[in-house]
Design a binder for this molecule. Structure first.
Ligand code: FES
Ligand SMILES: [Fe+2]
Length: 359
Protein backbone atom coordinates (compact mmCIF):
# COMPACT_ATOMS: atom_id res chain seq x y z
CA UNK A 1 0.00 0.00 0.00
CA UNK A 2 1.40 3.36 -1.02
CA UNK A 3 1.00 6.29 1.37
CA UNK A 4 1.29 10.09 1.32
CA UNK A 5 4.42 9.70 3.47
CA UNK A 6 6.02 7.58 0.71
CA UNK A 7 5.62 10.59 -1.60
CA UNK A 8 6.98 12.96 1.12
CA UNK A 9 3.98 15.22 0.69
CA UNK A 10 3.90 16.69 4.17
CA UNK A 11 2.59 16.26 7.69
CA UNK A 12 -0.85 14.93 6.78
CA UNK A 13 -1.96 11.57 5.39
CA UNK A 14 -5.03 13.08 3.71
CA UNK A 15 -5.16 16.54 2.18
CA UNK A 16 -7.19 19.61 3.06
CA UNK A 17 -9.90 20.61 0.60
CA UNK A 18 -13.36 20.04 -0.84
CA UNK A 19 -14.06 16.44 -1.86
CA UNK A 20 -16.88 14.60 -3.58
CA UNK A 21 -18.43 11.87 -1.41
CA UNK A 22 -21.11 10.71 -3.82
CA UNK A 23 -23.97 11.75 -6.08
CA UNK A 24 -26.81 13.68 -4.40
CA UNK A 25 -28.92 10.50 -4.31
CA UNK A 26 -26.57 9.08 -1.62
CA UNK A 27 -27.97 11.48 0.99
CA UNK A 28 -31.38 10.35 2.22
CA UNK A 29 -33.36 10.28 5.45
CA UNK A 30 -32.07 6.72 5.88
CA UNK A 31 -28.48 7.33 7.11
CA UNK A 32 -25.94 5.49 4.98
CA UNK A 33 -22.44 4.23 5.79
CA UNK A 34 -19.63 5.68 3.69
CA UNK A 35 -15.86 5.53 4.09
CA UNK A 36 -13.36 8.24 3.11
CA UNK A 37 -10.08 9.62 4.50
CA UNK A 38 -9.54 6.28 6.25
CA UNK A 39 -12.62 6.88 8.43
CA UNK A 40 -16.04 5.34 8.76
CA UNK A 41 -18.59 8.09 8.15
CA UNK A 42 -22.34 8.46 7.82
CA UNK A 43 -24.22 10.58 5.29
CA UNK A 44 -27.83 11.63 5.84
CA UNK A 45 -30.31 14.29 4.84
CA UNK A 46 -32.11 16.42 7.39
CA UNK A 47 -35.79 17.29 7.20
CA UNK A 48 -34.89 20.66 5.61
CA UNK A 49 -33.31 18.74 2.70
CA UNK A 50 -29.74 19.66 3.68
CA UNK A 51 -27.16 16.85 3.59
CA UNK A 52 -24.78 16.08 6.46
CA UNK A 53 -21.67 13.95 6.89
CA UNK A 54 -20.62 12.90 10.39
CA UNK A 55 -18.35 10.29 11.96
CA UNK A 56 -20.00 6.88 12.07
CA UNK A 57 -19.50 5.81 15.69
CA UNK A 58 -21.58 7.07 18.59
CA UNK A 59 -19.45 8.52 21.41
CA UNK A 60 -21.68 6.85 24.03
CA UNK A 61 -20.73 3.21 23.43
CA UNK A 62 -19.58 3.10 19.85
CA UNK A 63 -22.66 1.92 17.93
CA UNK A 64 -22.59 2.56 14.18
CA UNK A 65 -25.16 5.23 13.36
CA UNK A 66 -26.13 3.80 9.96
CA UNK A 67 -25.43 0.08 9.91
CA UNK A 68 -28.60 -0.97 11.66
CA UNK A 69 -31.95 -2.22 10.38
CA UNK A 70 -33.53 -3.84 13.45
CA UNK A 71 -33.51 -1.21 16.21
CA UNK A 72 -37.02 0.16 16.78
CA UNK A 73 -35.59 3.66 16.32
CA UNK A 74 -34.72 2.66 12.75
CA UNK A 75 -37.89 0.64 12.11
CA UNK A 76 -40.08 3.46 13.41
CA UNK A 77 -38.27 6.04 11.23
CA UNK A 78 -37.12 8.01 14.26
CA UNK A 79 -33.49 8.38 13.31
CA UNK A 80 -33.70 11.81 11.73
CA UNK A 81 -35.46 14.55 13.70
CA UNK A 82 -35.18 18.00 12.16
CA UNK A 83 -31.51 18.14 11.23
CA UNK A 84 -30.38 15.86 14.07
CA UNK A 85 -29.46 12.17 13.93
CA UNK A 86 -30.33 9.64 16.64
CA UNK A 87 -28.24 6.58 17.49
CA UNK A 88 -30.06 3.25 17.06
CA UNK A 89 -28.57 1.76 20.26
CA UNK A 90 -29.72 3.94 23.21
CA UNK A 91 -31.27 6.82 21.30
CA UNK A 92 -28.78 9.62 21.95
CA UNK A 93 -29.37 12.41 19.45
CA UNK A 94 -26.77 14.69 17.84
CA UNK A 95 -27.25 18.11 16.25
CA UNK A 96 -25.57 19.59 13.19
CA UNK A 97 -22.67 20.81 15.37
CA UNK A 98 -22.16 17.17 16.39
CA UNK A 99 -23.11 17.86 20.02
CA UNK A 100 -25.49 15.48 21.78
CA UNK A 101 -28.75 17.40 22.22
CA UNK A 102 -31.06 14.71 23.65
CA UNK A 103 -30.77 11.54 25.71
CA UNK A 104 -34.18 9.87 26.08
CA UNK A 105 -33.56 8.68 29.65
CA UNK A 106 -31.28 11.39 31.10
CA UNK A 107 -30.85 15.16 31.37
CA UNK A 108 -27.08 14.79 31.26
CA UNK A 109 -25.33 16.43 28.28
CA UNK A 110 -21.68 15.37 28.48
CA UNK A 111 -19.43 17.79 26.57
CA UNK A 112 -17.50 14.83 25.18
CA UNK A 113 -20.71 13.43 23.67
CA UNK A 114 -19.86 14.93 20.32
CA UNK A 115 -19.61 13.51 16.81
CA UNK A 116 -17.01 14.78 14.40
CA UNK A 117 -18.85 16.68 11.65
CA UNK A 118 -17.76 17.83 8.20
CA UNK A 119 -18.93 20.97 6.38
CA UNK A 120 -21.20 19.47 3.70
CA UNK A 121 -22.79 21.03 0.61
CA UNK A 122 -24.94 19.77 -2.22
CA UNK A 123 -24.11 21.35 -5.57
CA UNK A 124 -24.51 20.34 -9.21
CA UNK A 125 -26.13 17.04 -8.23
CA UNK A 126 -23.24 16.01 -5.98
CA UNK A 127 -22.50 15.93 -2.23
CA UNK A 128 -19.24 17.63 -1.26
CA UNK A 129 -17.44 17.76 2.07
CA UNK A 130 -14.64 19.89 3.42
CA UNK A 131 -11.90 17.69 4.87
CA UNK A 132 -9.35 19.43 7.05
CA UNK A 133 -6.75 17.60 9.15
CA UNK A 134 -6.61 20.66 11.44
CA UNK A 135 -10.41 20.72 11.80
CA UNK A 136 -10.64 24.32 10.53
CA UNK A 137 -13.36 25.93 8.43
CA UNK A 138 -12.87 26.11 4.62
CA UNK A 139 -10.35 28.70 3.43
CA UNK A 140 -11.59 28.50 -0.15
CA UNK A 141 -15.02 28.07 -1.69
CA UNK A 142 -16.48 25.01 -3.33
CA UNK A 143 -16.47 25.64 -7.12
CA UNK A 144 -19.67 26.67 -8.91
CA UNK A 145 -19.06 24.39 -11.93
CA UNK A 146 -19.48 27.18 -14.42
CA UNK A 147 -23.01 27.83 -13.18
CA UNK A 148 -24.17 25.48 -15.96
CA UNK A 149 -25.97 22.87 -13.86
CA UNK A 150 -29.76 23.13 -14.38
CA UNK A 151 -29.18 26.11 -16.64
CA UNK A 152 -31.13 26.61 -19.92
CA UNK A 153 -29.51 25.11 -23.02
CA UNK A 154 -27.28 22.79 -20.98
CA UNK A 155 -27.72 19.06 -20.46
CA UNK A 156 -26.71 18.11 -16.90
CA UNK A 157 -24.06 15.49 -16.30
CA UNK A 158 -24.86 12.01 -15.20
CA UNK A 159 -22.11 10.97 -12.82
CA UNK A 160 -19.72 8.24 -13.97
CA UNK A 161 -17.96 6.28 -11.23
CA UNK A 162 -14.58 5.58 -12.84
CA UNK A 163 -13.45 3.09 -10.22
CA UNK A 164 -11.58 2.76 -6.93
CA UNK A 165 -7.95 2.97 -7.96
CA UNK A 166 -5.21 1.34 -5.94
CA UNK A 167 -3.07 4.42 -6.26
CA UNK A 168 -2.37 7.79 -4.68
CA UNK A 169 -4.30 10.82 -5.99
CA UNK A 170 -1.02 12.54 -6.87
CA UNK A 171 -0.75 10.18 -9.85
CA UNK A 172 -4.06 11.60 -11.10
CA UNK A 173 -3.14 15.23 -10.40
CA UNK A 174 0.11 14.70 -12.39
CA UNK A 175 -2.11 14.68 -15.50
CA UNK A 176 -2.33 18.49 -15.28
CA UNK A 177 1.32 18.85 -16.31
CA UNK A 178 1.41 15.82 -18.57
CA UNK A 179 1.96 17.29 -22.02
CA UNK A 180 3.57 14.18 -23.48
CA UNK A 181 0.68 11.78 -22.77
CA UNK A 182 -1.80 13.70 -24.90
CA UNK A 183 -0.74 12.22 -28.22
CA UNK A 184 -0.34 8.52 -27.25
CA UNK A 185 -3.24 8.36 -24.78
CA UNK A 186 -5.79 10.83 -26.13
CA UNK A 187 -4.89 11.07 -29.80
CA UNK A 188 -4.13 14.78 -29.65
CA UNK A 189 -2.33 16.01 -32.74
CA UNK A 190 -0.74 19.29 -33.80
CA UNK A 191 -0.65 20.82 -30.34
CA UNK A 192 -0.33 24.58 -30.70
CA UNK A 193 -0.34 25.61 -27.05
CA UNK A 194 0.26 24.02 -23.67
CA UNK A 195 0.82 25.95 -20.48
CA UNK A 196 0.30 25.61 -16.74
CA UNK A 197 -0.38 28.43 -14.34
CA UNK A 198 -0.07 28.08 -10.56
CA UNK A 199 -2.23 30.51 -8.63
CA UNK A 200 -2.62 29.97 -4.87
CA UNK A 201 -4.89 26.99 -4.24
CA UNK A 202 -5.56 26.59 -8.00
CA UNK A 203 -3.53 25.21 -10.86
CA UNK A 204 -4.54 25.79 -14.48
CA UNK A 205 -3.78 24.04 -17.74
CA UNK A 206 -4.33 25.78 -21.08
CA UNK A 207 -4.27 23.49 -24.06
CA UNK A 208 -5.08 23.72 -27.73
CA UNK A 209 -4.65 20.88 -30.14
CA UNK A 210 -6.33 18.65 -32.70
CA UNK A 211 -8.08 15.61 -31.23
CA UNK A 212 -9.06 12.26 -32.68
CA UNK A 213 -12.38 11.86 -30.86
CA UNK A 214 -13.66 15.15 -29.44
CA UNK A 215 -13.37 17.23 -32.63
CA UNK A 216 -14.41 15.67 -35.89
CA UNK A 217 -13.99 18.56 -38.35
CA UNK A 218 -10.72 18.16 -40.24
CA UNK A 219 -7.99 20.48 -38.86
CA UNK A 220 -10.33 21.76 -36.16
CA UNK A 221 -8.81 22.43 -32.76
CA UNK A 222 -9.95 21.48 -29.30
CA UNK A 223 -9.46 24.28 -26.77
CA UNK A 224 -9.51 23.47 -23.10
CA UNK A 225 -8.99 25.49 -19.93
CA UNK A 226 -8.70 23.09 -17.07
CA UNK A 227 -8.16 23.81 -13.43
CA UNK A 228 -8.01 22.25 -10.00
CA UNK A 229 -9.60 24.09 -7.12
CA UNK A 230 -7.79 22.46 -4.23
CA UNK A 231 -6.34 18.95 -4.45
CA UNK A 232 -9.32 16.96 -5.66
CA UNK A 233 -11.72 18.79 -7.98
CA UNK A 234 -10.87 19.30 -11.63
CA UNK A 235 -13.05 21.44 -13.86
CA UNK A 236 -12.53 22.00 -17.55
CA UNK A 237 -14.11 24.33 -20.06
CA UNK A 238 -13.89 22.62 -23.39
CA UNK A 239 -14.63 23.97 -26.86
CA UNK A 240 -14.87 21.12 -29.38
CA UNK A 241 -17.83 19.84 -31.43
CA UNK A 242 -19.92 21.18 -28.50
CA UNK A 243 -19.14 23.61 -25.71
CA UNK A 244 -18.94 21.48 -22.63
CA UNK A 245 -17.86 21.48 -19.00
CA UNK A 246 -16.05 18.58 -17.35
CA UNK A 247 -15.57 17.67 -13.75
CA UNK A 248 -13.26 14.98 -12.45
CA UNK A 249 -13.36 14.43 -8.72
CA UNK A 250 -11.25 12.04 -6.70
CA UNK A 251 -11.39 11.30 -3.00
CA UNK A 252 -9.10 9.14 -0.88
CA UNK A 253 -11.01 6.19 0.57
CA UNK A 254 -7.90 5.21 2.47
CA UNK A 255 -4.18 5.33 1.91
CA UNK A 256 -3.60 3.52 -1.36
CA UNK A 257 -7.22 3.69 -2.57
CA UNK A 258 -8.74 6.61 -4.46
CA UNK A 259 -12.32 6.83 -5.78
CA UNK A 260 -12.71 8.68 -9.08
CA UNK A 261 -15.81 10.17 -10.74
CA UNK A 262 -16.40 12.02 -13.98
CA UNK A 263 -19.19 14.16 -15.38
CA UNK A 264 -19.67 16.30 -18.48
CA UNK A 265 -22.31 18.98 -19.05
CA UNK A 266 -22.97 19.90 -22.65
CA UNK A 267 -24.42 23.07 -24.12
CA UNK A 268 -26.82 22.03 -26.88
CA UNK A 269 -28.51 25.37 -27.66
CA UNK A 270 -28.67 28.99 -26.46
CA UNK A 271 -31.42 28.19 -23.98
CA UNK A 272 -34.27 29.83 -25.89
CA UNK A 273 -35.48 26.56 -27.47
CA UNK A 274 -36.40 23.37 -25.60
CA UNK A 275 -33.90 20.54 -25.38
CA UNK A 276 -35.21 17.79 -27.63
CA UNK A 277 -34.60 14.09 -26.98
CA UNK A 278 -32.27 14.12 -29.95
CA UNK A 279 -30.12 16.91 -28.47
CA UNK A 280 -30.12 15.20 -25.09
CA UNK A 281 -29.01 11.99 -26.75
CA UNK A 282 -26.19 13.82 -28.56
CA UNK A 283 -25.08 15.40 -25.26
CA UNK A 284 -25.02 12.03 -23.50
CA UNK A 285 -23.06 10.51 -26.38
CA UNK A 286 -20.58 13.38 -26.04
CA UNK A 287 -20.33 12.72 -22.29
CA UNK A 288 -19.62 9.09 -23.12
CA UNK A 289 -16.78 10.22 -25.44
CA UNK A 290 -15.32 12.26 -22.60
CA UNK A 291 -15.71 9.34 -20.16
CA UNK A 292 -13.88 7.09 -22.61
CA UNK A 293 -11.07 9.65 -22.89
CA UNK A 294 -10.68 9.64 -19.10
CA UNK A 295 -10.90 5.85 -19.05
CA UNK A 296 -7.72 5.86 -21.16
CA UNK A 297 -5.90 7.63 -18.29
CA UNK A 298 -7.61 5.43 -15.71
CA UNK A 299 -6.35 2.27 -17.36
CA UNK A 300 -2.78 3.53 -16.94
CA UNK A 301 -3.34 4.67 -13.33
CA UNK A 302 -4.89 1.31 -12.44
CA UNK A 303 -1.85 -0.67 -13.47
CA UNK A 304 1.13 1.62 -12.96
CA UNK A 305 3.48 1.40 -10.00
CA UNK A 306 3.87 4.51 -7.86
CA UNK A 307 6.08 7.22 -9.32
CA UNK A 308 7.86 9.07 -6.52
CA UNK A 309 10.07 11.12 -8.85
CA UNK A 310 9.15 11.55 -12.51
CA UNK A 311 12.26 11.28 -14.73
CA UNK A 312 11.64 14.53 -16.56
CA UNK A 313 13.12 15.31 -19.99
CA UNK A 314 12.63 18.36 -22.24
CA UNK A 315 9.15 18.02 -23.76
CA UNK A 316 7.61 16.88 -20.48
CA UNK A 317 5.49 19.40 -18.60
CA UNK A 318 6.39 20.92 -15.19
CA UNK A 319 5.74 17.88 -12.95
CA UNK A 320 8.10 19.18 -10.24
CA UNK A 321 6.27 22.48 -9.87
CA UNK A 322 2.92 20.71 -9.94
CA UNK A 323 3.94 18.40 -7.10
CA UNK A 324 5.27 21.35 -5.10
CA UNK A 325 1.89 23.08 -5.59
CA UNK A 326 0.06 19.87 -4.50
CA UNK A 327 2.07 19.62 -1.27
CA UNK A 328 0.41 22.74 0.16
CA UNK A 329 -2.68 20.66 0.99
CA UNK A 330 -0.67 18.24 3.14
CA UNK A 331 0.80 21.04 5.27
CA UNK A 332 -0.63 22.95 8.20
CA UNK A 333 -2.37 26.03 6.89
CA UNK A 334 0.32 28.41 8.06
CA UNK A 335 2.91 26.56 5.94
CA UNK A 336 0.80 26.21 2.78
CA UNK A 337 1.77 29.68 1.53
CA UNK A 338 5.44 28.69 1.19
CA UNK A 339 4.54 25.95 -1.27
CA UNK A 340 2.18 28.25 -3.16
CA UNK A 341 4.96 30.80 -3.50
CA UNK A 342 7.45 28.24 -4.76
CA UNK A 343 5.05 27.11 -7.52
CA UNK A 344 3.38 30.44 -8.40
CA UNK A 345 3.48 31.60 -12.02
CA UNK A 346 3.01 30.59 -15.67
CA UNK A 347 4.99 27.83 -17.39
CA UNK A 348 4.55 27.68 -21.18
CA UNK A 349 5.65 24.30 -22.55
CA UNK A 350 4.43 24.69 -26.16
CA UNK A 351 3.56 27.82 -28.10
CA UNK A 352 3.25 27.29 -31.86
CA UNK A 353 0.30 29.59 -32.32
CA UNK A 354 2.18 31.75 -34.86
CA UNK A 355 3.69 28.88 -36.84
CA UNK A 356 2.00 27.48 -39.96
CA UNK A 357 0.15 24.28 -39.03
CA UNK A 358 0.56 20.93 -40.77
CA UNK A 359 -2.51 20.14 -42.89
S1 FES B 1 -24.11 3.73 21.65
FE1 FES B 1 -25.18 5.36 20.75
S2 FES B 1 -26.66 5.88 22.21
FE2 FES B 1 -25.51 4.33 23.17
FE1 LIG C 1 -5.26 12.56 -19.61
Amino acid sequence: MVTSKDYRLGDFDYPRGWFMVGPASEATKAPRAIRYFGQDLVIYRGESGSPYVVEAYCPHMGAHLANNSTSYIVRDNEQIEGESIRCPYHGWRFGTDGQCNHIPYSDARPKAARLRTFPTLERAGIIWVWHDPEGLEPDFDLPVFGGHYDSPGWVNWKIDHMGDLQSHPIEIVDNMADLAHFQPIHGSINTTYFANEFKGHQVWQYFSSGHRTLVTEPNAQLYTSTWYTGPAILQSDMKGDFDSFIMIAHTPVEEGCTRVWHGLMVQVNDGTAPITDELRGAALAYQEGSRMALAQDVEVWQHKRPCFNPMVVPGDGPFGKLRTWYKQFFQPRDKAGEYQKRAEGLVVSVDRRNEPQAA
